[in-house]
Design a protein around this ligand. Structure first.
Ligand code: RUQ
Ligand code: CUA
Length: 615
């Protein structure tokens, strides 16, 4: 995408500048003592995106408990935009207008961890982005306009939706699972001492409409009271299966760091989701909390448990679907399970026991290899040509290793304490290689100090060659748990909403149609926003009236957004070109209140204002 004719001039200038800087400052603390000038220059050249040029990839990163999604360009690591999802965001008016306010409901926060791009045939198709919220919800963002279109949930029975969102290879489902087991249905109070027998976990498949992306309840499965942590859908040969890690298979309570670390192994739950789909379609299951829940005890073949190193975090399926990678967070190895061996063990009933009627497979029978990646393996992503990359939290490094031969070929340190990592299309059926981003948990000393709340840090690594190369430290908004990186040309975002697509019943396209109508104490104001007037420029209502303002931005010009900020009433709406939004409020306070355009739009932006008179 970097086609500008000036690109090489800029690259040269950039390299020269960096080279001069590096030589001037060496051996300053600001340049690594080990890095030579030419190393720095080469790294700078790789990440330099000249003015007017565009990045090669989008990275969608979770915003953690900010409840948002942050979009970065790669390789520049520039923060391009914030997509508000579970939290109001005044910059785009999200959470203020009637529709987005209704979508957020009574919750004003979310804890968003794992973004999942929609897939067709196991490839990112650039249509939607799903993301979880710990409050039992999943959101869908439309990548045509980068806007949150649906928040599904809170889903009954799923308490603490951490192991989500993970899509199946054709986006049939986006999966979710409960991190916290509770007595079901919700609303039942049982003392925690009865945790092992009375508390339950649930895994669930949220159905995605293939045309519209609309989410609806698919199936739920009752699970033993473990904490379900992360997941990944099988692909190619393992398509139709879903894998979830779990911890606290001890079913312990209290200080879990002690009580839940007694056994050597926890489990990866392997679920035949097509069997679950069939059982749900046949009306099987018992109704709990208003939802049909399948019980694996009564439906054999639905769920199996794979023993895994204790307290595993990520479980990751290789691009060809043959290997399921999972490891204990305190181990020095990661295990590659063989999907074929899993199927054979299931056929041969090669079990070592059961948990609440769910068979436990024999570790030795399903394991292919234990790869000595280093301490604290957390999460694995894939590159081209059978390369695998595992983040090591304890070692604070990334290990590169080979699928099939299982040899560890390289390691690169991360500063500090890497959590997840994200490679270019790194969990699809055909990873690109090229770029890898380490999403670090701590960053002391890597940025100018800004007080006790230290900036977060992500590091860009070049994985084009045999040896990994650290290129760039970048600030990332808190808190990046996971991210996905997609080739930029797979997305085709629009720049204005075409007028002919606007089907809003209150849309108007001519200032002649703007005005106020009253029905009892309901007042409707149809407003037009266009450079540089909000029409009507004034309107009157009576104290106690319920006022709905419907604003249509009739512009069809790129980036001509207009805002509607109403002082004294906590109202702040932003309307994109071609869009209609409504905001409803009760005129509780008498007086005169100014409204104005909040988004800079023209030389006369400051003149774009009016008055609400409340008598
Ligand atoms: S995650 S603890 Cu949801 Cu690995 Cu961040
Ligand atoms: Cu419209 Cu500023």
């Amino acid at each position: 995408m970097m086609q500008s004719r000036n690109r090489w001039v800029w690259v040269l200038l950039g390299v020269l500048a960096v080279g001069v800087l590096a030589s001037r400052c060496a051996p300053d603390r600001r340049t690594s003592r080990r890095a030579t000038v030419s190393d720095v220059a080469a790294a700078a050249q790789k990440v330099y995106v000249a003015p007017g040029d565009l990045d090669e990839y989008y990275m969608f990163a979770s915003g953690g408990h900010s409840g948002q999604v942050y979009v970065y360009g790669i390789p520049s690591m520039r923060h391009l935009v914030t997509i508000p999802v579970f939290t109001p965001y005044p910059a785009t008016g999200y959470g203020f207008d009637d529709d987005s306010k209704a979508m957020l409901g009574s919750l004003t926060w979310g804890d968003a961890h794992h973004p999942a791009l929609s897939e067709t045939g196991g490839e990112y198709d650039g249509r939607w982005l799903f993301i979880n919220d710990m409050n039992g919800r999943v959101a869908r963002i439309d990548l045509r306009d980068f806007k949150t279109k649906q928040i599904f949930g809170p889903v009954p029975n799923v308490h603490g939706n951490h192991a989500s969102s993970f899509v199946t290879p054709n986006t049939e489902y986006t999966m979710m699972a409960s991190r916290f087991s509770i007595p079901l249905p919700e609303g039942t109070a049982v003392e925690v001492e009865k945790y092992a027998t009375e508390y339950k976990g649930v895994v669930a498949g949220i159905k995605v409409d293939p045309k519209s992306g609309e989410m609806s309840m698919g199936f739920q499965i009752l699970m033993p009271p473990f904490d379900y942590d992360l997941g990944d859908a099988g692909k190619k040969v393992s398509d139709g299966w879903m894998f979830w890690t779990s911890y606290n298979t001890e079913r312990a309570i209290g200080k879990l760091e002690v009580t839940a670390s007694q056994r050597d192994r926890d489990y990866i739950a392997a679920i035949d989701w097509r069997a679950a789909e069939k059982a749900a379609a046949a009306g099987q299951g018992d109704t709990i909390g208003g939802v049909k829940v399948l019980d694996p005890k009564k439906i054999p073949g639905l769920v199996y448990l794979m023993p895994c190193g204790k307290s595993p975090h990520g479980v990751d399926v290789s691009p060809d679907g043959k290997w399921i990678i999972g490891s204990g967070k305190l181990q020095g190895v990661t295990t590659a399970f063989n999907f074929e061996k899993i199927q054979t063990a299931i056929r041969n009933k090669d079990f070592t026991g059961e948990e609440d009627g769910i068979p436990v497979l024999k570790y030795e029978s399903i394991k292919e290899a234990e790869v000595p990646v280093g301490l604290g393996p957390l999460h694995t992503q894939f590159g081209a040509d059978g390369d695998a990359y595992t983040s090591l939290f304890v070692d604070s490094a990334i290990a590169k290793w080979k699928l099939g031969t299982w040899e560890v070929v390289d390691k690169v340190p991360m500063s500090y304490s890497i959590g997840h990592l994200s490679a270019a299309e790194g969990d699809s059926v055909s990873p690109d290689g090229k770029w890898l981003v380490g999403l670090n948990k701590l960053s002391h000393g890597r940025h100018l100090s800004v007080g006790p709340s230290q900036p977060e840090s992500s590091q860009l690594v070049d994985i084009t060659e045999e040896k990994m190369k650290l290129l760039l430290d970048a600030f990332t908004e808190p808190e990046p748990h996971y991210a996905q990186i997609v080739k930029a040309d797979k997305l085709k975002p629009i720049e204005v909403y075409p007028k002919e697509e606007n089907k809003h019943p209150l849309a108007i396209w001519d200032v002649k149609d703007a005005g106020v109508t009253r029905n009892g104490n309901n007042v409707l104001v149809k407003m037009v926003a266009v450079r540089s007037t909000l029409t009507p420029t004034a309107f009157e209502v009576r104290k106690g009236d319920v006022v709905k303002v419907a604003i249509t931005n009739i512009e069809q010009t790129t980036d001509e957004l207009h805002g509607f900020g109403l002082l004294g009433y906590n109202i702040n709406v932003v309307v994109d070109p071609g869009e209609t939004k409504t905001v409803t409020f009760t005129a509780t306070k008498p007086g005169v209140f100014a409204y104005y355009c909040t988004n800079f739009c023209s030389a006369l932006h400051q003149e774009m204002q009016g008055y609400l008179v409340v008598r």
